[in-house]
Design a protein. Structure first.
Lengths: 204, 204
DNA sequence: TTCGATTTTCAGATTTCATTGAAAATCACT
DNA sequence: AGTGATTTTCAATGAAATCTGAAAATCGAA
């Protein structure tokens, strides 16, 4: 039977709900992906692998998400580069399977790392270059040029600080976030979440 | 003469360099804008106002950036909503002038605030919703559904923590970043900046 | 209130980016 | 090496975001 690996003894209704919930998550994560400048499909593939937790092959992903083979191939490659999924081989099966990193923090760190690489580092480089471009503060009365440098430096310092901070978290062994965050999260500062923690259960 | 407000006694070459450097900054900031999912023009307008520090009217912006009137109008409106620029009126002049917030940190906070609003909050809302969608852990053997909830909760907690942290910084009076960052930046953690601090001058 | 200067709006043109699909390349196994 | 299954690449297509420009609305001054 094709039911194998994927289907424990679960009622059809419950299974439908499971799939529905997964799809919702995939859709949300995909939407966020676009907002973040990541292709929607790439985000969806990741969401699918993360939320199911199971290794899946190209065809399974294609089918579940309804996207083309080429698209899956490219998305999977990027995700591998990001280090948020990994290849898994099944003995006696030629297909490649992919599985998502299951530790949330390591995953979030990977995302942060990539985003900094794409969104901040190039700007810092550009700022350095520009700073060197216009250093001729020949004489007095060059008020504007000095002002330019001041602003460039301020921006650079700002982003530099953020980057340093972020690297500490995003770095390979950045255990930092959890602890640091928890630490900082303590002091009261007008928390403003609009919806409450509505999770029930957990009881038993 | 038209030279007025904008032109102190500066040599033409120095002025050219100034403009060149400004343009480079504008271009870089604009490029980042696209990466961030902000329209390039909006980012460029902001860059222009920030780096010159001067209030400018629609026509000046149009001319300097070479974009249409409508585009400037829309960009300026968004920037006002973000709270990173403000209107300035000159007595006896009907035109509206715009000036960028000059404090870097307040500016960075504004940017962070907007990005969280667009990039994280909707995801958290969606996660809550999904969590409620599939709560029927009817019996035992519903391993997969429990696993789903576990993953949803983990992601939600992760982002929740990040959001809390970020709100602390991005909040209206979030003096936090500077101090907190400086604090955290102290402990040594394999700084990896690829280029050195090359700013000279500052001497005299 | 009237008038002209200024700003806003928005349908259509343009540009940018993601996706497809099929051909080419790769690869595991014999 | 040969073979067929699997993956990768990439030109062409499609979709989405952005921008323009001119008409309509707004606004301040007289």
């Amino acid at each position: 039977m094709a039911a194998a690996r994927n289907t424990p003894d679960t009622s059809p209704e419950a299974r439908a709900q499971l799939l529905e919930a997964q799809d919702r998550f995939i859709a949300s994560w995909g939407r966020m992906g676009s907002v973040w400048g990541i292709s929607r499909t790439m985000a969806e593939v990741h969401a699918l692998l993360y939320i199911t937790g199971q290794p899946m092959c190209t065809d399974e992903i294609m089918e579940r998400l309804g996207v083309s083979r080429g698209n899956v191939s490219m998305s999977v490659r990027s995700l591998l580069e990001w280090g948020v999924i990994e290849k898994v081989r099944h003995a006696g099966d030629r297909k490649e399977y992919f599985q998502a990193e299951q530790d949330v923090w390591s995953m979030l760190r990977a995302i942060a790392r990539e985003r900094i690489k794409r969104e901040v580092d190039p700007l810092l480089d550009a700022l350095d270059e520009i700073g060197e471009l216009a250093p001729q503060v020949e004489a007095k009365s060059q008020e504007e040029i000095r002002a330019l440098h001041k602003r460039l430096d301020e921006i650079r310092d700002g982003f530099g600080l953020i980057t340093t901070l972020a690297h500490k978290f995003a770095g390979p062994r950045g255990a930092g976030l959890q602890t640091a965050a928890r630490l900082l999260a303590k002091a009261p500062v007008g928390r403003k979440r609009t919806h409450e923690r509505t999770r029930k259960g957990d009881a038993s």
